[in-house]
Design a protein around this ligand. Structure first.
Ligand code: ADP
Length: 167
């Protein structure tokens, strides 16, 4: 059984993440979506909320499980006996950071290979931070995130446009 870990913040999960995940399950028998529990940074959604949303939206995808972890991804992978990490790449601007992360993980856990999947073109400019920004100003995030996530964003921020005209 081949196993890969797809680590990230997923605050919140977007259709870009889901696209990468759906493609990863064609390559690996099992994929663990691993939500990094960040102890220094508070996100929009709590880790438990993120895990619950991801579980709901991935319930129909065979081979996917969802967990959270704290600590080093390299150690988490060792614990899970996984030798592959999935990461998505969007623009060239992702490359520097991803290369640094992949090489650091390799140094910490030499068995670990990072497998990069290229984003699909419709998700090239989609990120969790863009989604958070749009939702915080009352914008519509449907089509960018699963419907369930779009609803949770409306519950958090409401749907009122926050435009104020200033002279
Ligand atoms: P991090 O918090 O580590 O920046 P995220 O939780 O935002 O990461 O994303 C996890 C992984 O998903 C990263 O590899 C990131 O590059 C990838 N990713 C995020 N958005 C997209 C997208 N629209 N298309 C493809 N990959 C994406």
């Amino acid at each position: 059984m081949s196993l890969a870990i797809y680590p990230g913040s997923f605050d919140p999960i977007t259709n870009g993440h889901l696209d990468i995940l759906c493609r990863a399950v064609h390559i690996f028998d099992r994929v663990i979506v691993a939500v990094l529990r960040n102890t220094t940074k508070t996100g929009l959604f709590t880790t438990d909320e993120r895990v619950a949303m991801i579980r709901e939206v991935t319930a129909g995808i065979p081979g996917v499980t969802v967990e959270s972890f704290r600590g080093l991804t390299a150690d988490y992978a060792r614990l899970k006996q996984a030798t592959n990490l999935i990461r998505g790449l969007r623009a060239v601007s992702d490359f520097d950071a991803e290369l640094r992360i992949a090489l650091t993980n390799k140094r910490l856990n030499p068995q670990l290979e990072t497998v990069f999947l290229m984003t699909s073109s419709e998700y090239l400019f989609l990120s969790s931070s863009t989604v958070r920004e749009i939702a915080s100003m009352g914008g519509d995030t449907r089509g960018m995130v699963p419907d369930l996530v779009a609803e949770r964003l409306v519950q958090k921020f409401g749907r009122q446009s926050a435009v104020v005209c200033e002279t």
